[in-house]
Design a protein around this ligand. Structure first.
Ligand code: FAD
Length: 518
């Protein structure tokens, strides 16, 4: 059985026993990648349960350095999470709800520590939202049972997607592997199930007595980033000002985007030099914003109840939120993609180059292809890269350099502030043509054409590649080909590390050999 089925079985097999457990002592919500109080299903359920018998609600977050390692969490992302916890703690404290933060070194020890804490607090109920990564699903399945052995009822509910994984099937009852028909079904599902976009109320106030009873939990400290995940002071300042944390900030950004930019999204979303997209990925990945809230808000601002109503800008933006859901459904259905495997087994036969100099040049933004270099430098500086550029940079690594796409996937996770396994893996699979619903392998982005089309005036390149700042006109896209190259050479900008045409031909040949030309 798939890990999601293992968890679902654990929940259904224990349902009557869990239901029979009476509310006593306290109810606990376990925050994971859902760091918000608004529109949080499990937190809302926990609050309702606590209200039933007037017991306090306790919130908990577990920091596990080994978990950060295992998930390749970027230091900027760890910093964002810790800053978010700071805000969340304050928001909860205003409701008299303590946020207890426990540090557990080894990830395997997390369930045991949770049971210990619940027993210590005399809690009878634990609530959490479901995460679709393999290890998390298995862990939660085990925890449901070990809680029960201690007379504690654990509920795990789907809330990370607008539509829960497993709810959408094709006409033969299977998971779609192609986005467009899946997306049609996604829209039909939402329209056909009126409650899907209902927003969950934030938790209510805890009784005043919670302050005395759990005084020490209110004192819980946010730890420093673990070794290996620390930022320098300069980086800390930079990321804090670029990416302010907390759910209020997520809502501010969402409202601003819906008011000012969503209408022109379709026309400008592919232009990396224009701030035309929502920049909400960091909030969706950390759960400071629920995808459902994002969709509801877009509809409300457009005064339409229909996903296929409103402006084309709004529809296109909601389609992007759909992509996020799609990749999570794919992960839940084909969990082996979590294990470094391409979606289709035959793609394992592609012979990669593993040229370390090429990989390093790509990472450092020194490939001699300005649009690729600008993208990679934006990533290092901001922990973020524009979507169009993620596609160009990923395609370049896998196809022009023939470096194993999994090395790029890993590098992205290690640097993205919005790193999300499903979306990142999906994006890499699409660009390397090895994933679900891939672009055909013989469709190879031409970096020069992409650059001229989407960064026509070279604003994006000049922002990130300082060596090319002074180069005017079209030469900025190809300083040694289009321009004379003197200025670029003097400024220290590298020449192309591989030629375009030959790399393209080599790639097509290699893919044909590997996958048999299909
Ligand atoms: P907007 O254009 O405003 O879109 C709104 C939201 O929709 C985004 O915040 C995001 O949650 C979702 N979204 C948009 N495009 C996609 C997409 N193609 N796939 C899945 N969800 C999407 N996104 C991540 O959140 N984390 C990642 O680790 C990640 N890695 C990627 C790697 C590659 C190689 C590629 C091609 C794409 C990746 N994406 C990833 C998707 C996308 O690039 C980002 O979500 C987007 O650039 C974020 O900017 P935004 O919030 O302004 O997006």
């Amino acid at each position: 059985p798939r890990p999601i089925e293992v968890l679902q079985s654990a929940l259904s097999e224990t349902e009557s026993q869990r239901q029979a457990i009476e509310v006593k002592g306290a109810v606990v919500h376990w925050f994971k990648s859902d760091l918000r109080t608004r529109d949080n299903k499990a937190l809302h359920m926990a609050s309702e349960k606590a209200k039933e018998k007037g017991v306090p609600l306790i919130a908990m977050y577990i920091v596990s350095p080994q978990d950060f390692e295992a998930h390749l969490t970027a230091p900027a992302r760890v910093d964002f999470i810790l800053r978010t916890l700071e805000v969340l703690k304050e928001v909860l404290a205003q409701l008299n709800i303590p946020l207890h933060i426990a540090t557990v070194e080894k990830r395997k020890a997390i369930p045991g520590r949770i049971v210990e804490l619940l027993k210590e607090w005399g809690a009878s109920h634990l609530f959490a939202n479901m995460e679709y990564e393999v290890d998390e699903l298995r862990r939660e399945a085990g925890l449901v049972r070990s809680c029960l052995e201690n007379d504690i009822a654990m509920d795990v509910v789907p809330d990370t997607c607008v539509v829960a994984a497993g709810e959408i099937e094709n006409s033969t009852g299977k998971q779609y592997s192609v986005f467009t028909p899946w997306f049609r079904s996604w829209i039909a599902y939402i329209h056909g199930n009126g409650h899907v976009l209902d927003i969950f109320e934030p938790p209510g106030m805890n009784p005043d007595s919670a302050r005395d009873r759990f005084a020490d939990l209110f004192e819980s400290k946010i730890p420093d980033a673990p070794d290996g995940k620390k930022l320098s002071d300069e980086e800390k300042k930079r990321f804090s000002s670029m990416w302010p944390a907390g759910e209020h900030e997520a809502h501010r950004r969402l409202n601003k985007f819906c008011e000012e930019r969503i209408g022109s999204y379709i026309a400008q979303r592919d232009l990396p030099g224009v701030a035309a997209t929502s920049a909400l990925s960091v909030h969706l990945a950390s759960g400071t914003l629920n995808a459902r809230t994002a969709v509801s808000s877009a509809l409300a601002h457009s005064h339409t109840p229909r996903l296929d109503g409103g402006s084309t800008g709004m529809q296109t933006w909601i389609r992007e939120i759909g992509w996020r859901d799609f990749y999570k459904h794919v992960l839940a259905h084909w969990p082996y993609i979590c294990m470094n495997k391409p979606w289709k087994a035959t793609y394992s036969n592609i012979e990669w180059e593993y040229n370390p100099a090429h990989f390093e040049a790509w990472c450092a933004g020194r490939t001699g292809y300005p649009i690729v270099d600008a993208a990679m430098r934006q990533l290092r500086h901001c922990g973020y890269m524009h979507n169009r550029c993620r596609m160009i940079a990923a395609s370049f690594l896998a196809k022009h350099l023939l470096v194993d796409w999994r090395m790029g996937e890993r590098y992205f996770m290690e640097h993205l502030i919005d790193g999300d396994f499903a979306s990142n893996n999906g994006g890499w699979g699409y660009c390397a043509s090895t994933g679900v619903d891939p672009q055909p392998y013989f469709r190879i982005f031409n970096p020069l054409l992409q650059s001229e089309k989407f960064d026509a005036d070279g604003v994006y390149i000049r922002t990130w590649v300082k060596e090319l700042e002074g180069i005017g006109g079209r030469a900025v896209h190809d300083p040694y080909g289009r321009g004379k190259g003197e200025e670029a050479r003097l400024a220290g900008y590298s020449e192309r590390i591989v030629p375009h045409k030959e790399s393209r031909e080599r790639c097509i040949e290699r893919y044909q050999e590997g996958i048999g030309g299909t």
